[in-house]
Design a protein around this ligand. Structure first.
Ligand SMILES: [Zn+2]
Length: 361
C-alpha cells in the first residue's frame, strides 16, 4: 500500500509499504478521507511539544515507522476473528488515543486514565496511508446519514465535546470562546447544546465570525476592532463570564495566539469562574496564581476525548444539532496531494480555509 512516512524531521515521503498486520481483535480500515491537523504539521517539522510527539525523535533514531494522521473516515475491509462489534463495510473514525485495555486503570473501567494509551499516528501507524490496522475498541461505527467528509471532522469535534463536558457548564452560564477555528466552532455548538446562556464568540476574521453567528453565537467580537476583555466585561455587566474557553492559544507560526488568549481569558472570567484550556500550548508559561487564588478561578484541562464523546458528537451531527459542512472549504483528491492539504492547514487565512483541508484517498 501507499503511505506517507516521516523518515527524518522535515523528510516526509509517500512510499510503498506492506499492508499492516491484523490481530484477532483488530480491524483493517481502508482510509477514505483524511485531514491534517496543526499537530501533524508541527510533528513533521519537529516543532510539536505534546508528550506523545516528544517520543518521535527517539523512534526516528531507532528506525521505527512514523506514520501520522489521526483525523479520518475509514471503512472496515477485514475484521480479526475475535472482533464482535464491527463488520466489513462499517464506516468508522477514532478519537486520537486508544486505551490499552489491560493496565490497572483500564481494568477498573477508567479508560480515560489509561496508563499506557496508544496514539494514532504515533504508537499506531496513522491515516496518512491507504490502510491502517486498529483495535476494535479504538474505533466508532458511524451513522449511515453522515458523509465521509463529515466523519473525517469528528476527531477534533469529539475533543470539543470532551472540553465542554470537562467545563461542567450549568444551564444559563455565560460562555466565551476565544478562537473560531474548527475547535472553537465545535465548542460553540456543543456549549449551546449543553445549556449555555450568553454565548460570545471571539475571532479576528470576519468570515469566521459570520459563521459563528450562523452556528449559534449570540454575540461576536472581532479582536481587530475592539479590546476583547473590555467588550466581554461590558457584555456581562462588568462581572465577567462564567466559563471561558481558550481555543486559540498555541504556536504563533500557525496563526495561533501564543499565550495571549490565555492571559485574556483570566482577565475576562468572573470570580469563581472557569478557564478551560482547549488549545494545546507549546511551552511552559507563567501564571498569576496570587490573583487566581484570590479570585477562586479554576483552570481546567479537558479530559482526553473518548469513544463516548465521539459517539455523542456523531449523534449530534447525524441529528442536525451540530453542523460542519460549511467548515469543509478545501477537499483535494489523491493521497499524493497531502502536502498541499498540510500547506492549507498551516495557512488557513491565506487560503480562506475555516477547517483543515481534507484529502480523499
Ligand atoms: Zn490502559
Amino acid at each position: 500500500m501507499k503511505a506517507w512516512r516521516l523518515l527524518a524531521v522535515g523528510d516526509h515521503r509517500l512510499v510503498e509499504v506492506p499492508l499492516p498486520s491484523v490481530g484477532d481483535r483488530d480491524v483493517l480500515v481502508k482510509v477514505k478521507v483524511v485531514q491534517a491537523s496543526v499537530t501533524d504539521s508541527e510533528v513533521l517539522k519537529g516543532l510539536s511539544a505534546t508528550p506523545s510527539s516528544r517520543l518521535i525523535p527517539k523512534w526516528l533514531a531507532e528506525g521505527r515507522p512514523v506514520q501520522r494522521g489521526h483525523e479520518y473516515c475509514g471503512e472496515v475491509v477485514e475484521a480479526g476473528k475475535g472482533v464482535i462489534s464491527l463488520r466489513v463495510g462499517d464506516r468508522v473514525s477514532s478519537p486520537s488515543r486508544v486505551y490499552c485495555g489491560s493496565c490497572k486503570r483500564c481494568v477498573a473501567g477508567r479508560f480515560s486514565e489509561c496508563l499506557s494509551p496508544h496514539h494514532i499516528g504515533g504508537d499506531i501507524p496513522g491515516a496518512f496511508a491507504e490502510y491502517m490496522s486498529i483495535a476494535e475498541w479504538g474505533v466508532v461505527k458511524m451513522p449511515t446519514v453522515l458523509t465521509d467528509n463529515e466523519i473525517a471532522t469528528l476527531q477534533s469535534l469529539c475533543s470539543c465535546v470532551s472540553s465542554v463536558h470537562s467545563a461542567g457548564i450549568a444551564m444559563g452560564d455565560s460562555v466565551v470562546i476565544l478562537g473560531q477555528g474548527a475547535m472553537g466552532l465545535g465548542i460553540l455548538q456543543a456549549a449551546r447544546l449543553a445549556g449555555a446562556g450568553q454565548l460570545i464568540a471571539v475571532a479576528r476574521r470576519p468570515e469566521t465570525l459570520a459563521l459563528s453567528r450562523k452556528l449559534g453565537a449570540y454575540e461576536t467580537i472581532n479582536t481587530r476592532e475592539v479590546d476583547v476583555v473590555s467588550e466581554v466585561l461590558r457584555l456581562t455587566d462588568g462581572i465577567g463570564a462564567d466559563v471561558v474557553f481558550d481555543a486559540a492559544g498555541g504556536n504563533t507560526a500557525y496563526g495561533l495566539s501564543g499565550f495571549q488568549t490565555v492571559a485574556q481569558a483570566f482577565r475576562m472570567v468572573r470570580s469563581g469562574g472557569k478557564v478551560v484550556q482547549t488549545a494545546t500550548l507549546d511551552a511552559a508559561m507563567e501564571l498569576d496564581v496570587v490573583s487566581m487564588r484570590a479570585r477562586a478561578i479554576s483552570y481546567v484541562f479537558p479530559e482526553p476525548a473518548s469513544i463516548s464523546s465521539m459517539e455523542l458528537a456523531a449523534l449530534w451531527m447525524a441529528t442536525g444539532r451540530i453542523e460542519v459542512k460549511s467548515q469543509i472549504t478545501h477537499v483535494l483528491h489523491g493521497l499524493d496531494r497531502l502536502p498541499e492539504a498540510i500547506d492549507i492547514t498551516e495557512n488557513k487565512a491565506k487560503y480562506g480555509a475555516i477547517s483543515a483541508a481534507q484529502v480523499v484517498v
